[in-house]
Design a protein around this ligand. Structure first.
Ligand code: GLN
Ligand code: ZN
Length: 779
């Protein structure tokens, strides 16, 4: 390796992998369906890779200087690391070739399972909406250097004149993200395998150097979590690991990145970077959007190590305040005394490709936005300004400033009537009457049996439902024909539930494409994109809405559907709303005010909807908060502040309800054991919660906490077409009854039935009702 530090002036940590036209998704799904063979998949992936490289060059990165990252995972970057390390859990050992590598079919078997084996578990990547495949590491997991795909990519692009910078999840983060393999001794910590992992990384570095890589990027965002402080302290594990890696003969130069927050001890910002520098790493990255600015002392300790400054937000869609960022970069450059690289705060994986692809945004919005392609340019412009001085980029600075000014002054960003309302809020607006009084009023009104049965809201979104939605969008059926179709669908769903004997019914949500987008479309302050897809996991993409202005509700929008559904039945039918925290978590949210303020605006809009539902005679309203756990900050020290504003927003949405109106909420996608007191703080009358896969673990936590309101632990895992038997559901009901009094329990599935088919749904719900009836007879 050359000792001269040649890291480029501008770079990005990663780029969206899915493709501007979702090319990768389409190719991968065609391969799974058998419509494309392996060579066809490879060809499609190569084409997308060439397109990405060409596009990044066009946007201002350089072919020759390692500024273009090679992160082209077909499914997930953590799965790529598992494959590169040959770190297959024993239950998948048969997938490994002689040298420990997996082929394409094996790679997807890890991701998706096969007939007998469940896939690797999917879990949230830090506090984002991206999900990675969790490595399963035990005392005997193999670690070998088999990064064949990555080396091939580096070679392939080298032949085309591009020196890529291969990207890998770093060894410390890889093991922090892993879980102990089933059967590992109690207390086993995957980090115990660090030396074996490092040996494999050493091998990978050597083969990447041989393939022509001059720089390698190791991502260590794991250091921004609770364990980062200890691990990245001077003399700690990180220092030891990186000394070893830096000591590899003939290796490429190393960039270590730390997105998603402040690496190491948050009270000593930058110390972790200094430690990496001491260990011999050539470049270190800091997230300057979510993380704190490194201290002057830490910056001085970098010595000749290049600082890669993440000033362009990789997680949101707002245009950068270039003047401000340039100021930060100039300060850093002065303090380090050497050149600083301009970069993104994280990979651009979390944002859509290109604002320019949007044709339907409100006119004012595009100029305020930067998707991935615009962010690449921002990094390039900032680097030019840093090297050449402000006059070199005067026009760009001016442009950005005008857009920001326009945004700040635009009608709708600050709406007086909304502000007056949030400003005038008193504690009373967040508080309902006492829970016991509510329970009495509700029981009198609803007269529900012991162990009431219900579902979470959506019924199967069949091909007909999706077809009708597409048809009205393309204009091939009229709006009134579409609404007629929806009414018919709702009537069918209501009749089906009555026939099954469920106690509290739902309308089935056929009018909703997505539980957040539907609300974004019906509230002011939001915009929807057409092409703004971001990868959620594997080939799954979502299209988050953009929350750009003050939020308010022009008119009631769920009421017509809910009252129509209620008019068809004597049984209570639940109004169905998405909660404020979930709406924020799954949208791109304005960055010019605290999230809590925005959440309260959304909450007030929902509060109005609840009042209108009540006025229409609806007795039960469910406010879903599946993402409540998702936004929980990475460090436990920050949890309370988050839970305070998020729980308060939920209460603001629901506390206007009369005593006799039963408020439900629904939580899923996470384990909730550690946030029971926050669940309690929501003060909902009934909470349904995902629990079937963990065999109702959460009921013990709730009982231990002394939770006293209604609770419906899911007794039917809706994540696969499998039909749970009556006996199996009875077993789960018994588990719940053993922990909590029958008067508190509700019986329901884990989550909405949207992704299921009718055949399995009907059989499963029939078993759920039968098991409940049997349980009622025996308590
Ligand atoms: N009410 C929504 C549904 O049933 C809840 C979805 C969710 O929890 N993600 O689809
Ligand atoms: Zn759910």
């Amino acid at each position: 390796m050359s000792t001269e530090n040649t890291f480029p002036a501008a770079t990005i940590l990663g780029y969206p992998r899915i493709g501007p036209g979702r090319e990768l998704k389409k190719a991968v799904e065609a391969y799974w369906a058998g419509r494309l063979d392996e060579a066809g998949l490879q060809h499609a992936a190569d084409q997308l890779q060439d397109r990405t490289v060409a596009r990044l060059v066009e946007l201002g990165l350089d072919r020759g200087d390692s500024s273009i990252p090679a992160d082209f995972a077909l499914y997930d970057q953590v799965l790529d690391a598992t494959a590169a390390l040959g770190a297959l859990p024993a239950r998948f050992a048969d997938l490994a070739a002689e040298d420990g590598s997996v082929d394409t079919a094996g790679y997807f078997t890890l991701a998706r399972g096969d007939g007998e084996r469940a896939p690797l578990e999917l879990t949230k990547w830090f506090d984002t909406n991206y999900h990675y495949l969790v490595p399963e590491i035990g005392p005997g997991t193999p670690f070998v250097a088999v990064a064949h795909g990555l080396t091939a990519t580096v070679r392939r692009q080298r032949e085309r004149g591009t020196v890529l910078r291969p990207v890998l999840v770093g060894p410390v983060t890889y093991l922090l993200l892993a879980k102990p393999e089933d059967g590992a001794p109690a207390g086993f910590d995957p980090l115990e395998r660090i030396d074996d992992a490092v040996a494999a990384y050493v091998g990978i570095l050597a083969s990447l150097a041989e393939a022509g890589a001059e720089w390698v990027q190791l991502d260590e965002p794991g250091l921004v979590g609770d364990r980062g402080g200890e691990l990245a302290a001077p003399g700690g594990l990180v220092e030891r690991v990186y000394r070893q890696l830096a000591g590899t003969a003939g290796r490429p130069a190393l960039l270590v990145t730390t997105g998603y927050g402040t690496a190491g001890d948050p009270a000593r910002p930058g110390q972790a970077l200094a430690v990496l520098a001491t260990a011999g790493v050539e470049a270190v990255h800091a997230d300057l959007v979510r993380g704190s600015r490194p201290s002057a002392e830490a910056l001085q300790a970098l010595g000749g190590t290049r600082l890669v400054a993440g000033v362009v937000d990789g997680r949101n869609v707002w245009r950068n305040d270039l003047r401000f960022s340039l100021g930060v970069l100039e300060d850093l450059q002065q303090e380090t005394g050497t050149a600083v690289t301009t970069a993104t705060s994280t990979s651009l994986l979390h944002v859509p490709h290109d604002v320019q692809a949007e044709t339907g945004l409100p006119e004012h919005l595009p100029a305020w936005l930067a998707f991935a392609d615009q962010k690449v340019r921002e990094a390039v412009v900032l680097a030019r300004g840093l090297a050449g001085g402000r006059p070199a980029v005067a026009a760009e600075l001016q442009d950005a400033e005008e857009a920001l000014g326009h945004r700040a002054r635009f009608d709708g960003v600050v709406v007086d009537s909304v502000r007056t309302r949030t400003r005038g809020l008193t504690e009373e607006a967040f508080t309902r009457g006492p829970a016991e009084r509510r329970a009495e009023a509700q029981q009198e009104r609803l007269g529900l049996p012991l162990l009431p049965t219900t579902t979470i809201g959506s019924f199967p979104q069949t091909r007909e439902v999706r077809g009708a939605r597409a048809a009205v969008r393309s204009g091939s059926i009229s709006q009134s024909e579409y609404e007629q179709f929806l009414r018919q669908e709702i009537a069918n769903v209501v009749r089906l539930q009555e026939g099954l004997g469920l106690d509290v019914l739902v309308h089935g949500e056929p009018e909703r494409n997505d539980m957040v987008q539907y609300f974004a479309e019906n509230l002011d302050g939001f915009a929807a994109t057409e092409q703004g897809w971001v990868q959620s996991y594997g080939s799954r993409c979502t299209r988050p809405s953009i929350l750009w202005g003050d939020v308010s509700r022009p008119q009631a929008f769920t009421v017509p559907w809910i009252s129509f559904a209620q008019s068809l039945t004597e049984r209570p039918l639940k109004g169905m709303l998405t909660g404020p925290v979930t709406i924020l978590a799954w949208s791109f949210v304005r960055d010019d005010q605290p999230l809590g303020e925005t959440a309260n605006q959304v909450a007030l809009a929902l509060r109005d909807e609840i009042a209108d539902l009540e006025a229409a005679g609806i007795a039960i309203v469910q406010v879903d908060e599946p993402a409540l756990r998702e936004l929980l900050p990475l460090r436990s020290a920050d949890h309370q502040a988050y839970l305070d504003w998020s729980v308060r927003a939920f209460r603001l949405a629901t506390a206007g309800a009369e005593d006799g109106t039963q408020i439900h909420t629904h939580l899923c996608y996470s384990e909730f054991g550690e946030v029971i007191s926050a669940i309690d703080g929501l003060d909902a009358d009934v909470t349904s919660i995902e629990a079937a896969r963990s065999r109702l673990e959460v009921v013990a936590d709730l009982a231990g906490f002394g939770y006293s309101r209604g609770i419906g632990p899911g007794v039917y895992d809706i994540h696969s077409p499998r039909v749970p038997s009556e006996q199996e559901i009875s077993g789960l009901i018994d588990t719940a009854l053993a922990a909590l009094p029958a008067q508190q329990l509700w019986i329901n599935p884990d989550c909405g039935l949207k992704t299921r088919g009718y055949d399995e749904t009907v059989l499963s719900l029939r078993n759920l009702v039968a098991a409940t009836r049997a349980a009622r007879g025996s308590v």
